[in-house]
Design a protein around this ligand. Structure first.
Ligand SMILES: Nc1ncnc2c1ncn2[C@@H]1O[C@H](COP(=O)(O)OP(=O)(O)O)[C@@H](O)[C@H]1O
Ligand SMILES: [Mg+2]
Length: 259
């Protein structure tokens, strides 16, 4: 290869990097269309950085920022950060949001809680666990923007413009017409590298300042237990001060694991 060809190849590479960098910067920049939400949206962007793929995150931020309701559903296997994601929206939009855990169905249904708080953002964790009457009422809310109740003792119909952000492990348990009202994204299990990186970060939040220990725990769960479980990593981290402590727990768990 001549000196000139080297120079040309170098310039081409430099141009490629510049184009790539411009694309990346454009893709990760929050929308500036709504200044009121911009600060919140920016914070959310940085917090959920590694939570979901950045392209999905961008759609979620656009939905949060939209002038009329858009509802989003995240489906995926346990432990891929679905609930965590809803909790982060709740933390950033404390006043405007209401977090509802679908697996704790209340006797009165979810509607009493919605009626009382009337949130803009309804954060519905495990929507697949909601009873059919609750799913139907939710469908009505998303379809008509109305919260309705008609029983012998009580009857009301109020307007409620709500953006619903929901999660599900099993979308087959969601009524078809309700599923149809969502923009749905199907998450997959974290890769090994994602798991290690997120686990180390999560363990830091749990007070494990020792990075080597945090990474050791993440690897031990991944390799020793063959699981990508943040919950296992957190439990082990809480009990362990040293690498030997971690090894001991992993050995005992392996010995008495479900056969
Ligand atoms: N990207 C992430 N960043 C920080 N913590 C995470 C992430 N993904 C999962 N976790 C942690 O892993 C655990 C399980 O996540 P969770 O959101 O409950 O999963 P899912 O709802 O998909 O079953 C929680 O303790 C959560 O804080
Ligand atoms: Mg969950």
């Amino acid at each position: 290869m001549s000196y000139l060809s080297y120079c040309e190849a170098f310039i081409a590479l430099f141009q490629d990097i510049t184009i790539y960098w411009k694309k990346v910067s454009a893709a990760s920049a929050p929308s500036t269309e709504s200044p009121a939400l911009e600060k919140n949206v920016r914070t959310l962007y940085s917090i959920i950085l590694c939570l979901v793929a950045s392209v999905i995150k961008k759609e979620i931020v656009k939905a949060l920022d939209s002038s009329s309701p858009v509802s989003i559903l995240l489906c995926g296997p346990p432990g891929c950060g679905k609930s965590e994601f809803l909790k982060q929206i709740r933390n950033h939009f404390e006043q405007e949001s209401l977090f509802i855990d679908g697996s704790y169905g209340t006797k009165a249904g979810i509607f009493q809680i919605l009626y009382n708080k009337r949130p803009k953002y309804v954060l519905l964790d495990e929507i697949d666990k909601l009873s059919s009457p609750d799913q139907l009422a939710l469908l009505n809310l998303m379809e008509n923007g109305k919260l309705t109740k008609t029983t012998k003792s009580e009857s009301y119909e109020i307007d409620l413009e709500a953006w619903v952000f929901a999660t599900a492990n099993n979308e087959q348990k969601i009524l078809e017409p309700l599923l149809d009202r969502f923009e749905a994204y199907y998450l997959t299990e974290y890769t090994d590298d994602q798991f290690r990186a997120i686990a180390a970060k999560r363990l830091k939040q749990e007070g494990i300042e020792n990075e080597e220990l945090a990474l050791f725990i993440a690897n031990a769960v991944l390799r020793g237990l063959g699981r990508k479980s943040f919950r296992d990593a957190i439990r082990i981290a809480r009990k362990s001060k040293t690498i030997q402590d971690v090894e001991e727990t992993i050995q005992t768990l392996r010995k008495y694991d479900r056969k």
